[in-house]
Write a protein that binds this ligand. Structure first.
Ligand SMILES: [Zn+2]
Length: 79
């Protein structure tokens, strides 16, 4: 039988609980960022009028629906 003190047992339990909560938080954060990246995959920001619009095509030059300027497809920056 393993002998341990009550304080060692409690601190082990608390460390394990904190580790579990941290892992759950990290997994949730990863899922949230991944989902946002997938949602913003087709977003385009116009270089002239800064309109944000969605274009699901895979063309490299996209016409802005607001000002008709041609824009290159780029990944929007994270805010
Ligand atoms: Zn525009």
């Amino acid at each position: 039988m393993i002998q341990t003190s009550l304080s060692t047992l409690l601190s082990s339990y608390l460390w394990g609980l904190m580790l579990l909560v941290g892992l759950i938080w990290l997994t949730g954060e990863w899922h949230r960022r991944h989902r946002r990246r997938l949602e913003r995959r087709h977003d385009v920001i116009c270089r002239l009028c800064h309109e944000i619009f969605r274009d699901p095509s895979s063309e490299s030059l996209i016409t802005c629906p607001n000002c008709a300027a041609l824009n290159e497809r780029r990944q929007p920056r994270e805010l």
